[in-house]
Design a protein around this ligand. Structure first.
Ligand SMILES: Cc1cc2nc3c(=O)[nH]c(=O)nc-3n(C[C@H](O)[C@H](O)[C@H](O)COP(=O)(O)OP(=O)(O)OC[C@H]3O[C@@H](n4cnc5c(N)ncnc54)[C@H](O)[C@@H]3O)c2cc1C
Length: 456
């Protein structure tokens, strides 16, 4: 970017909302992943749609890269501005615009943090279910089509986006979708933008669907000697149609770490955490009894039933903080997280494959899973400067992805493609990949939006 471009672009907003200071550029050069840093040349904090539109029109004309930034909590380098240019940080554009509680809908700006939205909704008995755990923004969650522990029952972000206002690469503003809960009207452009990682347009407003919070809950913990048995129990629970609201596997090393870090009183072993939400005690009693039978049939060696809200909340907190605990416990190491998802019948096999692949390695590895969705994470911890170790970590990651694709799964269940998964796109999408590239060319012919992402 030329000095003149920086001056003109920063003049589109109030002076305190644009910066090219060293530390600001550094803060926007890296997300939470292992991918190396790339600095932008200018960071702008937009507040209004017309500002975003003006910035994009200018950047498009002058072929300046633009990358949207939410909280920067991605795990595949998704918001890293690899080609420099402008980063649009949306954290100040974070208002709840209209809350329509009677329609279970809310209009929000992209920088709103989803936990803050849920805090506001709590007194109304409503909530926005996708929960990636990190303090993510709605724009970033739509960008990555994020999911979380509740996805097994409620679905992922894509299931909660009804309408979007998007600024296209040339600065044009379009509205897509409607407030109806179903529609057969025209091409589904809405879901083209969900999960597009800021490569097709910039989201400046979203209408989200909300759901009512069921009044009662009951949680269970089961411990298994073998991780395969935990995986088979997951298959059994899903096969029985019990509809858990959370179904999480934690391998022994994760459980030991959580116990050490939090002092939580839980059994050792490979743990399966199951939660049910429902209208009342009798429903929950029935469904947890059926679940207990399935857990025992699949070799649970320990079972804790009827876990109340306090302990349930502690377990959820620990699960959401697990990534940070792992990082904290290995201060001289960086991490790579795998994120494959497979059809549920292949879940036990993939879990065992990941376990066996990491059993013999000489670096720490933690296996855990949003199991009900067949989504497996393995956090691999490598010494920061040890190239050989990182080559091995890369090989483990590649093997897990290839195995997932062999069984017709996906290379990324929730973290997105970003930088890290682009090398698998051809293998995964085959004949449809050129059509994805054509879509990109149609919306962003000059390739200014988050360049070098998704495609190699
Ligand atoms: C400890 C930890 C745990 C995590 N657990 C989960 C998990 O369980 N499930 C899960 O899905 N993810 C998880 N993640 C990953 C991450 O939190 C999510 O992907 C999250 O949705 C990213 O949101 P963000 O606001 O940080 O977005 P960013 O990382 O800032 O951006 C994400 C992508 O969206 C684009 N983007 C941002 N704003 C806009 C906009 N307004 N318009 C268009 N594009 C935009 C960016 O360019 C980028 O490509 C975890 C991350 C961490 C650090």
């Amino acid at each position: 970017m030329k000095r003149r471009d920086i001056e003109i672009l920063s003049g589109f907003v109030e002076p305190q909302r644009a910066s090219w200071g060293e530390s600001v550029l550094d803060l926007h050069s890296k997300d939470q992943s292992h991918h190396g840093p790339h600095r932008p040349e200018l960071v702008i904090w937009p507040l209004y749609v017309h500002e975003v539109s003006r910035i994009l029109a200018y950047c498009n004309e002058h072929e300046i890269p633009v990358t949207a930034w939410g909280s920067g909590s991605s795990l595949e380098g998704n918001p890293v501005p690899v080609m420099g240019g402008v980063v649009l940080n949306f954290t100040q554009m974070n208002r709840i615009l209209t809350l329509r509680a009677n329609d279970f809908q809310v209009d929000v700006e992209p920088g709103l943090i989803y936990q803050d939205l849920n805090e506001r909704l709590r007194p109304l008995g409503l909530f926005f279910p996708p929960d990636p755990g990190a303090r993510a923004t709605i724009g970033g969650m739509i960008g990555n089509n994020a999911s979380g522990t509740r996805t097994v029952k409620y679905g992922s972000t894509k299931d909660y986006v009804l309408r979007l206002k998007v600024v296209l690469a040339n600065g044009e503003v379009i509205s897509i979708g409607s407030r109806a809960s179903k529609s057969s009207s025209g091409y589904d452009l809405l879901h083209l933008f969900v999960g597009s990682e800021g490569t097709l347009g910039i989201i400046v407003e979203a209408t989200l669907k909300l759901v009512g919070m069921p009044p009662d809950s009951s949680a269970m913990l089961a411990s298994f000697r073998e991780i395969r048995s935990a995986g088979e129990a997951v298959f059994g629970i899903m096969r029985a149609g019990l509809e858990p609201a959370a179904l999480e596997v934690l391998s022994t090393e994760c459980v030991e770490l959580i116990k050490k870090e939090t002092g939580l009183q839980i059994e050792s072993g490979n743990l399966l955490f199951v939660e049910f939400l429902g209208p009342g005690k009798s429903y929950l009693w029935e469904v947890t009894s059926l679940c207990e039978d399935i857990l025992r049939e699949n070799g649970a060696v320990y079972l804790e039933k009827g876990i109340g809200r306090d302990k349930r909340d502690q377990i959820f907190r620990a699960r959401h903080q697990l990534g940070e605990m792992i990082i904290r416990n290995h201060p001289n190491r960086g991490f790579l997280t795998t994120d494959v998802a497979v059809p549920i019948s292949h879940f036990p096999e993939l879990l065992v494959y990941a376990r066996e692949l990491t059993a013999g390695v000489n670096f720490p590895a933690y296996v855990f899973s949003h199991a009900g969705n067949g989504n497996i994470h393995v956090v691999l911890m490598g010494k920061k400067e040890d190239r050989e170790e990182w080559a091995k970590i890369g090989m483990v990651n590649d093997s897990i992805v290839k195995k997932a694709l062999e069984v017709e799964g996906t290379s990324t269940g929730e973290h997105g493609v970003g930088i890290g998964k682009s090398k698998f796109m051809e293998l995964e999408h085959k004949s449809s990949l050129p059509w994805m590239k054509r879509v990109k060319e149609l919306f962003d012919p000059k390739g200014i939006l988050n360049p070098k992402k998704i495609f190699l």
